[in-house]
Design a protein around this ligand. Structure first.
Ligand SMILES: O=C([S-])c1cc(C(=O)S)c[n+]([C@@H]2O[C@H](COP(=O)(O)O)[C@@H](O)[C@H]2O)c1
Ligand code: NI
Length: 392
C-alpha cells in the first residue's frame, strides 16, 4: 500500500495555500511553524486560522515578516538553510525547491543563478513557505503526489520590475513540464513559490488516482474574490492497487507444459464458471523445446481472486503473472425474438445510444436448429433477419 497525495490546483497554488492545505490534511501546525522558526534569521510570525473562501471553510496559514529593503542572494539563502537546525530530509527538500526558484529567476532575468537576488520581504516569505512546505511533505511521507492541471489565473501584477502579465515569467519557467491553463479568473492564482513547490513534489499530473482518502486539507489563498473559491485542496490517503480498482480488468497468464491436453476444454469452462470474462489458449514452444500452451484469462478485478484460485485448482501450474488493463465496452442489452416457437436471445451493443451490433446468441440458435431439425446456418440467417427487424 502506498501513501498518495492529490492536489486540486484548479484555483492555482501559492506558498500560503500549500501550508494551509498541509495543515488541513493533518500536518500538525507545530511541524510547519517549528521548521520555519528553525531557519528564520529574524522574528517571523506564523498565523493559522480557519477562514471562508466563497463560502467554503479553509485553512489560512500566513507568514508575517517585518518590512526590510535588504536583498538576499541565492548563496546566502543556501547558507542559511545549510546552517539551520532542520532535519536533513526537510533541509534537502527545501534546498531543492529554493534552487528551482533561483534557477527560474536566473533564467527569466538573464543572470547566472549566483546573480539572483531575492528582495528581503519576498525572500523571507518564500523561505518560510518553502521550509514549512518541505517539513509538511516530509511529515506526510507520501510515496506519490498527483496534481490536476494547474490554473494560472489572468490579468497582471505589479512587481519590482514593473507591471507584468499573469502568469509571472518565473511561473512559466517552473511549470514548463506541467499541464497549465490561463484563468478561470482575472487575477494571479499561481505564484513562483507555489509553482516551485509543485515542480519539486509532484510525481505526475492527472485526475484523482484510485485512493482511499483519509484527510483533505483546504488551503486558503490571500484574497476572497466574488464567485470564486480561492483554495488549494490536498487529499491524502492510501492508493488502491490498480488490480483492485473497480472497473479495471486483468489478464492473467501462465505457461503450462504438463497438463493432459484433453483437460483444457473443461479447465476453460471452470474458469468461466468462476467469473472469468474470457479464457483462451495459445500454442507455444517453451523452454527445453517443449510444446506447451499459454493460458490467458480476462477477468474483472473483483473476480480475480476466485479465478486465480480456480487456475491453481484446475491446472498443473504453480505460478502465474498478470497485467491490468483499462477496458472499453459498449453498453449491452438483451432482447429476444421468436423463431418458429423457439426463443432466441439477441445481444444489442450501443455506443452513446447508437446501435453498433446485433448478435443472436449462438447457443439458442443451435438449440432451435436441433429442435426444428434444420441446418444451423439457415436458422442463424433467419435469426439475424428477425433480430434486425426487431431493432428497426
Ligand atoms: O520581484 C520579482 S523579481 C518577481 C519576479 C517574478 C517572476 O516571475 S520573475 C514574480 N514576482 C511576483 O512576486 C509575487 C510574490 O510571489 P511569491 O512566489 O513570492 O509568493 C507574485 O505576485 C509574483 O508574480 C516577483
Ligand atoms: Ni523575478
Amino acid at each position: 500500500m502506498s501513501r498518495v497525495g492529490w492536489f486540486d490546483a484548479s484555483s492555482g497554488i501559492s506558498g500560503d495555500m500549500v501550508l494551509g492545505a498541509l495543515i488541513g490534511a493533518g500536518v500538525p501546525s507545530e511541524v510547519i511553524v517549528g521548521a520555519i522558526v528553525a531557519v528564520a534569521p529574524e522574528p517571523i510570525d506564523v498565523a493559522v486560522e480557519t477562514v471562508t473562501r466563497n463560502g467554503f471553510a479553509a485553512t489560512r496559514c500566513h507568514v508575517e515578516v517585518a518590512d526590510s529593503v535588504t536583498e538576499r542572494s541565492w548563496a546566502s539563502i543556501q547558507e542559511l538553510l545549510q546552517d539551520s537546525a532542520l532535519d536533513a530530509p526537510v533541509r534537502t527538500l527545501a534546498l531543492e525547491i529554493f534552487e528551482r526558484l533561483a534557477w527560474a529567476e536566473a533564467t527569466v532575468h538573464g543572470t547566472g543563478v549566483e546573480g539572483v537576488h531575492f528582495h528581503e520581504v519576498g525572500a523571507l516569505d518564500s523561505i518560510a513557505d518553502i521550509v514549512g512546505a518541505a517539513a509538511g511533505f516530509v511529515h506526510l511521507g507520501l510515496d506519490e503526489v498527483v496534481c490536476t492541471p494547474v490554473a494560472l489565473g489572468g490579468g497582471s501584477v505589479a512587481i519590482a520590475h514593473g507591471r507584468i502579465g499573469v502568469p509571472a515569467p518565473a511561473v512559466v519557467e517552473l511549470l514548463r513540464d506541467a499541464p497549465t491553463y490561463g484563468g478561470p479568473i482575472e487575477r494571479e492564482l499561481t505564484t513562483p513559490t507555489g509553482a516551485a513547490i509543485l515542480a519539486s513534489v509532484v510525481t505526475r499530473y492527472g485526475v484523482q488516482p484510485a485512493m482511499t482518502v483519509d484527510d483533505t486539507g483546504v488551503g486558503a489563498g490571500g484574497a476572497d474574490p466574488e464567485g470564486h473559491a480561492n483554495v488549494l485542496r490536498l487529499s491524502v490517503g492510501t492508493s488502491t492497487p490498480a488490480s483492485e480498482a473497480p472497473g479495471s480488468a486483468l489478464v492473467i497468464e501462465t505457461n503450462v507444459d504438463d497438463l493432459d491436453p484433453r483437460l483444457w476444454p473443461d479447465v476453460i469452462a471452470a474458469l468461466l464458471a468462476a467469473g472469468a470474462a474470457d479464457a483462451w489458449l495459445t500454442p507455444i514452444l517453451m523452454k527445453k523445446g517443449r510444446p506447451a500452451h499459454t493460458l490467458h484469462v480476462l477477468v474483472a478485478a473483483d473476480a480475480a481472486a476466485a479465478v486465480r484460485r480456480e487456475i491453481f485448482r484446475q491446472t498443473s501450474t504453480i505460478g502465474m503473472r498478470e497485467s491490468t488493463f483499462a477496458k472499453h465496452a459498449l453498453d449491452r442489452e438483451l432482447i429476444s425474438v421468436d423463431l418458429d416457437g423457439h426463443r432466441i436471445a439477441v445481444k444489442l451493443a450501443r455506443l452513446d445510444g447508437e446501435l453498433m451490433n446485433v448478435q443472436p446468441e449462438y447457443e439458442d440458435v443451435a438449440a432451435a436448429a436441433r429442435a426444428l431439425d434444420r441446418p444451423i446456418k439457415d436458422v442463424l440467417a433467419e435469426a439475424n433477419v428477425l433480430a434486425r427487424a426487431a431493432t428497426s
